[in-house]
Design a protein around this ligand. Structure first.
Ligand SMILES: N[C@@H](CCC(=O)N[C@@H](CS)C(=O)NCC(=O)O)C(=O)O
Length: 202
């Protein structure tokens, strides 16, 4: 297989795809965006690749896949635990809509008015975190005994929640820690950090 090409922002949501690929033993070639793009660190314009301008985007076997849910489902097809696809899609969509786009995107968007950020943190985020805490209960991961691509996405989202200085429940904390200690996490973090520095200097 030709290595897939991952279009990514350091520590952006594309990190979930980075984790999911490496967890399956696949090393992607990563093309980093400078800031929010469209300039690519290695040259070129990301909008010519994906006119929506958003990461993650994955070039896999000659086909460009965009939208995190679709990208992560495509990666799940490449190996790893086989979970019920509907259950996997439900969790991916929950993370994408309730947590990523509803909460994280406005919280880190410098253009978002402060009232929006307050409302997101005080009103919209708590029920989302409660749902995660309740679901995890005694389960090690969202869908079963091994992490799925939905866990990769949620792990990234919870990492971002930490920057918002919002308390998460004890079960969710242990879950994040479990994912943090996976063998794949440290090398992925190191690559993302190295890219963050290169992008900052570019
Ligand atoms: N609809 C897209 C949105 C993904 C998204 O918001 N990606 C962020 C990074 S976490 C991004 O590309 N931001 C750049 C920008 O907004 O210009 C998806 O679900 O994949």
């Amino acid at each position: 297989m030709t290595p897939p090409v991952l279009y990514a922002m350091p520590f952006g949501c594309s990190m979930a795809v980075h984790l999911a690929l490496r967890q399956r033993g696949i090393t992607p070639r990563i093309r980093w965006l400078v800031g929010r793009g469209p300039r690519l660190l290695d040259g070129g314009d990301f909008r010519e690749v994906n006119p929506k301008g958003k990461v993650a985007a994955l070039l896999l076997d000659g086909r460009l896949i965009t939208e995190n849910v679709a990208v992560l489902l495509a990666v799940a097809e490449l190996g790893g635990p086989r979970y019920d696809r509907l259950a996997e899609a439900q969790w991916l969509t929950f993370v994408a809509t309730e947590l990523h786009k509803q909460v994280l995107y406005p919280s880190f968007d410098p253009g978002a008015p402060p009232q929006t950020r307050d409302d997101v943190l005080k009103r919209l985020l708590p029920p989302v975190l409660s749902h995660v805490e309740d679901h995890l209960g005694e389960r090690p991961y969202l869908l079963g005994e091994e992490p799925s691509v939905a866990d990769d996405y949620l792990y990234w989202a919870l990492l971002m929640v930490r920057f918002l200085r919002v308390a998460v429940g004890p079960t969710t904390q242990s879950y994040s820690k479990r994912l943090h200690l996976r063998e794949v996490t440290a090398p992925v973090m190191a690559i993302e950090e190295e890219a963050r520095q290169r992008v900052a200097e570019a």
